[in-house]
Design a protein around this ligand. Structure first.
Ligand code: ADP
Length: 215
């Protein structure tokens, strides 16, 4: 199973990404974590990206793409599955990633869109700030990250809808309920992966399912 997550900051990409990775026994590739790790270790790359992270701007595409392409090659060697969390974040990254993955026969089977409103996102991130002290969880930087999401990341959702790999989930609910719906959707899709040609697929919108999954 190859899944990529598209969601605003604070939607729960990290949590749901880890859940999917554990459930399917596949690597969880989180670009934010990889970049923060470079910053913490003080590598050359870490020094190059620190200010972008602190200010809530995207780091340059070529830096992220270099890291991710290497991770995808490793995921291929490790069995072929992955959960991509935090990439792509704009159309340039989406296209570049698709080209690179195509060469490796590793394109995504599902683009999982976690839908959450802005107010809820801000509430969650400020709550996290009190616990984790991430340098980008301040009110000002959260606002910038959200603006970046709406301006350049959200438009790629349509691109995945056109490719027929989009699954949208209502992520306004408690984490366990979202997780249950996500895993159910992926398990239902699992036997179809690689069988249904992309042209014949339709996007799947589960955002109305809240009640069925215990709102
Ligand atoms: P969040 O989604 O909550 O903002 P992440 O951990 O995914 O958290 O990302 C944190 C920061 O890392 C981003 O604000 C950005 O600076 C950088 N980053 C992560 N992924 C990418 C990417 N694909 N392209 C550019 N910058 C990225």
């Amino acid at each position: 199973m190859r899944v990529l997550l598209v969601a605003p900051p604070g939607a729960g990409k990290g949590t749901q990404g880890a859940l999917i990775a554990t459930h399917f026994g596949i690597p969880h590739i989180a670009t934010g974590d990889l970049l923060r790790d470079h910053v913490a270790r003080g590598t050359e790359l870490g020094r190059a990206v620190k200010q972008h992270l602190d200010e809530g701007h995207l780091v340059p595409d070529e830096i992220v793409l270099r890291i991710v392409e290497q991770e995808i090659a490793e995921a291929k060697a490790a069995g072929g599955g992955y959960v991509l969390d935090g990439v792509p974040r704009n159309i340039t990254q989406a296209r570049a990633l698709y080209e690179a993955a195509l060469k490796l026969d590793m394109t995504a089977d599902v683009a999982l869109h976690l839908k959450v409103g802005d107010e809820e996102v801000v509430r969650r991130l400020l709550a996290r700030a009190a616990l984790e002290h991430r340098s980008d969880d301040t009110e000002e930087v959260i606002a910038r990250r959200l603006a970046v999401y709406h301006d350049v990341t959200a438009p790629i959702v349509d691109w995945y809808a056109e490719r027929g790999i989009l699954v949208s989930v209502d992520a306004m609910r408690p984490v366990e309920q979202v997780g249950r719906e996500v895993l159910t959707a992926l398990e239902v899709l699992r036997p179809l992966v690689g069988v249904v040609p992309p042209g014949a697929r339709r996007p799947i919108d589960l955002t109305g399912l809240g009640a069925a999954f215990g709102k």
